[in-house]
Design a protein around this ligand. Structure first.
Ligand code: ADP
Ligand code: MG
Length: 451
């Protein structure tokens, strides 16, 4: 019996959910659910496939409990029916979505054009100590698919070249092993494909497609975490390919053991070679910058490349962003790329190491050493030029390097007033512009203090 209330409750539930998820999520997961039956004890929902059911229970169980009747166990009293089969299933039934299909050789079946970034090739990948190993493993796989390491699992932080290497393998195989059927996909893409095929009731075709591949390149497997049913389907595809001796390459932001995936999946991924891609060292970053600049058709002086590479150190994608900005800057302004120009254009991209806590006492010591005076003189009331000038330098540095009130800073200089400190800062600021020796002395003091 379908009570009006259960439909109304479902409508209210949808309204509640609609405000909390994206339109796409709503469209993908909720729009196709229908209320079949409803009593005060239980509600029966018709779902297009098992994934929708699991998704609902995995992500919205708490909300379902708030809207619908509960079982004695505290679970929502909902039974599900799959639209296709009209087969009633218990909410916790483990779905069997993909008994490994017999491999079907569909040699003429069309393979979608694989989308590889044309720039992500081996020649465009700059090698250094942190990525040498993984690059040679990738080249090994590209030269001899399924005969070297299978699967090859590449992991490392964001923007370090995982996708680049994955596509490079794709390009190389496409060029040198023309007969092989390659497919390159993001994990999100795989999931979307599966959802789409479930909706169109064409999962078998999808399975046949994946299982007829020679090389499967999968990017960002971490997105499979906590997506239980998709994981199972992926794992079946994976096993079926590996069992047929087909090549798989996977990238991830973590090593297999740290992924929240089933033991079965982790074990499969550890079968072959697990290779880490690290942060490139300074020289490699400089080489990457110069290579990227050349590709954009301009040159950056070695000194400038070093300067950028020193400040952007853990993400190659940001180095690329820096090059893009600089190229726009030099084109628009028609100016040369100097260190000053770089600092102006890129300052917000730069990663500064957190400043060491610097005290007035340290500043006094450093300035006293550089100017050959005693700390006690700097703190004294002496107005002789030999002491007064370095004292002003110390005041200037204190204002520049310590984030504190002028009042507190000035009191650390033996009870000087804040206007004395401000005056000193103004004087040294303008003098440093003209006086090369003074600039060097101040730089030296800064370096000592920051070291
Ligand atoms: P990930 O997939 O690891 O997040 P990507 O492969 O997308 O990183 O790389 C980010 C950008 O940095 C890409 O444009 C890529 O070409 C570039 N890149 C990363 N490492 C290198 C490298 N060693 N040599 C040249 N370019 C690199
Ligand atoms: Mg990537």
């Amino acid at each position: 019996m379908l009570t009006k209330t259960s439909e109304e409750t479902w409508a209210q539930f949808l309204e509640f959910i609609g405000e909390r998820c994206s339109a796409t999520e709503f469209e993908n997961w909720f729009a196709s659910i229908r209320v079949l039956e409803g009593t005060v004890e239980e509600i029966c929902l018709e779902v297009p496939n098992i994934f929708v059911q699991e998704y609902l229970l995995d992500n919205y169980k708490k909300d379902l409990c708030a809207f619908f009747p509960l079982k004695a166990s505290g679970e929502p009293a909902i039974s599900f029916t799959i639209a296709e089969t009209k087969k009633k299933i218990a909410p916790s039934a483990t779905p069997v979505v993909s008994a490994p299909a017999a491999p079907i050789q569909e040699t003429n079946s069309t393979i979608p054009e694989i989308k590889l970034n044309p720039f992500y090739t081996f020649p465009n990948f700059i090698e250094g100590p942190a990525n040498q190993f993984v690059k040679s493993a990738a080249m090994g796989v590209a030269n001899r698919p399924s005969k070297s390491y299978n699967p090859l699992f590449i992991h490392g932080g964001v923007g370090l070249g995982k996708t680049h290497l994955l596509h490079a393998i794709g390009h190389h195989i496409r060029e040198h092993h023309k007969k092989l059927r390659i497919h390159c996909i993001t994990t999100e893409g795989f999931i979307n494909d599966l959802v789409e095929n479930l909706r169109n009731k064409s999962v078998d075709r999808m399975k046949r497609f994946y299982r007829s591949l020679d090389v499967l390149l999968v990017d960002d497997i971490q997105f499979l975490q906590s997506r239980l049913n998709f994981e199972e389907e992926f794992c079946n595809t994976f096993e079926s390919l590996i069992n047929q001796g087909k090549q798989i390459v996977i990238t991830s932001d973590k090593p297999p053991g740290q992924l929240k995936l089933s033991e079965r999946m982790v074990a499969r991924m550890e079968w072959g070679l697990v290779a880490h891609i690290g942060v490139p060292d300074l020289e490699t970053r400089v080489a990457i910058l110069q290579h990227k600049a050349e590709q954009k058709g301009f040159r950056i002086p070695h000194k400038v490349a070093f300067f950028i590479a020193e400040h952007i150190f853990n993400n190659v994608r940001q180095l690329e962003g820096a090059i893009n900005r600089l190229s726009a800057y030099s084109r628009l302004m028609g100016l040369d790329i100097t260190e000053e120009a770089v600092e102006k254009t890129l300052s917000e991209l730069f990663q500064y190491t957190p400043l060491k806590k610097i005290s007035v006492e340290n500043i006094l010591k450093s300035v006293a050493t550089i100017f050959g005076v005693r700390v006690s003189d700097l703190k004294s009331a002496s107005r002789t030029k030999d002491v007064a000038f370095p004292r002003q330098v110390a005041m200037y540095l204190a204002k520049e390097m310590i984030n504190d009130s002028l009042m507190r800073l000035s009191s650390s200089f033996g009870g000087k007033t804040h206007s004395t400190l401000l005056h000193a800062w103004k004087k040294i600021s303008s003098q440093v512009e003209k006086d090369e020796t003074l600039r060097r002395q101040i730089d030296m003091a800064r370096r000592n203090l920051e070291a």
